[in-house]
Design a binder for this molecule. Structure first.
Ligand code: BGP
Length: 465
């Protein structure tokens, strides 16, 4: 019997600022992500968003490669600043035209678009006018942009994702435009309201499509059977993964999160009606970015660990001498770099936990392995470790589906090599190699890696690998 249904979508993912380039073309405004990447380029020489992987000019060629691979879905994001480059509320038609062409090309090739509204690239004018999401007025600006997207693409785009990884966004000052953690938490609350309002708006339009948030999830194992390690691991998973999911999926701030924020003097302000608004937004699915697992235990000063968690305040992970918890490498899993393991069992477990908690279908919006020194030789890239990773993940999905978990689509990160937010082109995730380095844009030619051909066969067999 086939485990993956005939309707299962096999896809891949990218985001606008990491892949498109053309950062000032056709009226696009600049974004926090553009400026952050440029600062990174100045400081450490890594690639920025000016050209990135040039998806803006090569989308046809890339979509042809998707088609040849057998993809039936593609997750990408719209750049808010292409549609609304400034605060006048006037739509930049040329910006919209680009996404029209992308969506039409995908549909013509039988590929279902899965579109993220906001993936780390806050328009710079939002920061200048509203301090990002610190002001409630930012919510209206987001609604205007979302309304444009929903109505314009209503018959062509069925699946929408609201905001990619709100918690991560709020943690990175250059993405959020905020340095003060108190402001970041306030912005976080307003993003949650924006998320809820956008989902309500979408449902009120009756397009027949589906919408959900997009969260990151790292499965956590307790370091030992010591009850204190069990509790610490549970708390870390709650704080850094489930608290954000509970807010977005159920509209509730968990008590433990509120208590911790209050203790630290970081609790945000709310207004009457906020809770009802958040509870009233009903996502149709959950979008999950899942990569690795972690081993966590209580903080013991004399015990050697790989690093420490300081606690729930932003930024998310501060590797300090002392902390709230310690984390370790897992000797039972294989590591491709010191912080990245291949753990299919962890993925299976994650899918079970998500489904049991929310009883909603899941879209895997990101999942993949990065390599720091991937080499192109004779037009080929032999990325055996990526094949091993993806094959474990596909088997894990099959096991979860057998357990009753509903998965709609699998979208590994990333289809083409793109600008990693930490290491630019040095950290490659793609199924397709893009011929450029951090320093040199070269010819940007595409070369399908061995993993691309493996995935093609996997899709042809509908996951029966
Ligand atoms: C996720 C983001 C992606 C991508 C990925 C890999 O959190 O949603 O946009 O960046 O992480 O991370 P990095 O680019 O830092 O290697």
């Amino acid at each position: 019997m086939e485990i993956f249904s005939k309707k299962f979508l096999w896809g891949a993912a990218i985001s606008a600022f990491q892949a498109e380039g053309a950062w000032q073309e056709d009226g696009k405004g600049s974004t926090a992500a553009d400026l952050r990447c440029m600062e990174n380029r100045r400081q450490s020489g890594i690639a920025d968003t000016t050209v990135a992987s040039d998806f803006y000019h090569r989308y046809r060629e890339d979509i042809a490669l998707m088609k040849a691979c057998g993809l039936t879905s593609f997750r990408f994001s719209i750049s808010w600043a292409r549609l609304y480059p400034d605060n006048t509320g006037v739509l930049n038609q040329e910006g919209l035209n680009f996404y029209d062409k992308v969506v039409d090309e995908l549909k013509a090739n039988g590929i279902e678009p899965i579109v993220t509204l906001y993936h780390f690239d806050l328009p710079q004018w939002m920061i200048e006018e509203y301090r990002g999401f610190v002001s409630r007025k930012a919510i209206d600006a987001f609604l205007l942009y979302a309304h444009t997207c929903f109505t314009h693409f209503r018959s062509r785009v069925k699946y929408w994702l609201t905001i990619n990884e709100e918690d991560v966004l709020a943690n990175i000052p250059q993405f959020s435009g905020l340095k003060d953690p108190k402001e970041s938490w306030q912005a976080y609350h307003h993003m949650n309201l924006a998320n809820a309002q956008v989902m309500k708006l979408f449902h009120s339009l009756g397009t027949g499509g589906k919408i959900g948030p997009c969260i990151s999830y790292c499965t956590v194992y307790p370091a030992t059977p010591d009850p204190k390690d069990q509790l610490t691991a549970y708390e870390i998973e709650d704080i850094y993964s489930f608290s954000i999911m509970d807010v977005l999926m159920r509209g509730e701030y968990p008590c433990y999160l509120i208590n911790r924020l209050r203790e630290k003097g970081l609790l945000f302000e709310t207004e009457p009606g906020d809770e009802n608004l958040m509870k009233g937004a009903k996502p149709d699915f959950i979008g999950v970015n899942w990569y690795t697992t972690e081993v966590v235990g209580q903080y013991i000063e004399e015990k050697e660990s790989f690093g420490n968690y300081e606690g729930p305040e932003l930024p998310r992970r501060r590797r300090k001498e002392k902390g709230f918890a310690q984390y370790y490498q897992n000797p039972f899993t294989k590591y491709s770099n010191p912080e990245w393991n291949t753990d299919g069992v962890g993925f299976h477990l994650a899918l079970r936990k998500l489904y049991e908690r929310f009883h909603l279908p899941i879209i895997i919006t990101e999942n993949g392995l990065s390599c720091e020194q991937e080499v192109l030789t004779d037009g080929r890239v032999h990325d055996e470790n990526r094949i091993e990773y993806l094959s474990e993940m596909v088997k894990a999905m099959a096991a979860a589906i057998r357990d009753g978990v509903e998965i709609l689509s699998y979208n590994p990160w990333s289809f083409i090599d793109l600008v990693s937010s930490s290491q630019g082109m040095e950290k490659r995730y793609g199924l397709v190699y893009v011929n450029r380095t951090n320093e040199n844009e070269k010819d940007l030619k595409r070369y399908p890696k061995d993993s691309y051909y493996w995935y093609q066969e996997c899709i042809r067999r509908n996951g029966d690998i």
